[in-house]
Design a protein. Sequence first.
Length: 234
Amino acid sequence: MTVVGCAGSDPGPDSAASSYLVEKDGYRLLLDLGAGAAGPLLRYAAAEDIGAVILSHAHSDHWADVTQLSYYRSKAIREGSDCGPLPIYGPSDMNDVLTSNPDDFTSTYAAAGELELGPIRVRLARVEHGECWASRIDDVLCYTADTEPCAAIEELAEGCGVLLAEASGFDADGPMRGHLTAGDAGRLAAKSEARLLILTHLRSWQDHLRLLDEASQVAGCPVVLATPGLRVAL
């Protein structure tokens, strides 16, 4: 898994918004492709080599650069690639541009349960952030997307090796509607018995080292901050 972008709510000065590349046996799956992430993605994979994109929800910091990825793919097609429309799995309120351009996108509405995408097995669960879908990859990686603490994310994360969890604020701010605090992320890691917690959705105006400290106090496993280019063997 490679972190393409990890900024929360909007692209920051040091990172594009949320996007994570998962690779297995030559297959490449994207979890989200937020604002500003399509360009950095090309450091790690050619546009025409992306097998599918799972969009957790319809906020621009999680999907906006899908249209730019499609543009890159169209150039590859003109140069002889046969990559075809980009398969998209996302919420029922995903932007119309993704559902009304069949030459560019093959869009499927997400549903609870399992998907087989190439050699990768994905389990989706709806979590608490409007219509938002968290992902479990091959029973190894759990990506929370954006959610407040809820039973669905606890069940999805149980026993995962790597927990990729948003850290959108601090416990001192009080319960956050639709988001995890760093403390929430740490407690989820402890409850799920994760072996590694990666904090992401890092808002540029927050103290990231303080987020790291808060999560580390309760996680019961190593905790690191997501950074663009971070690669983790799953």
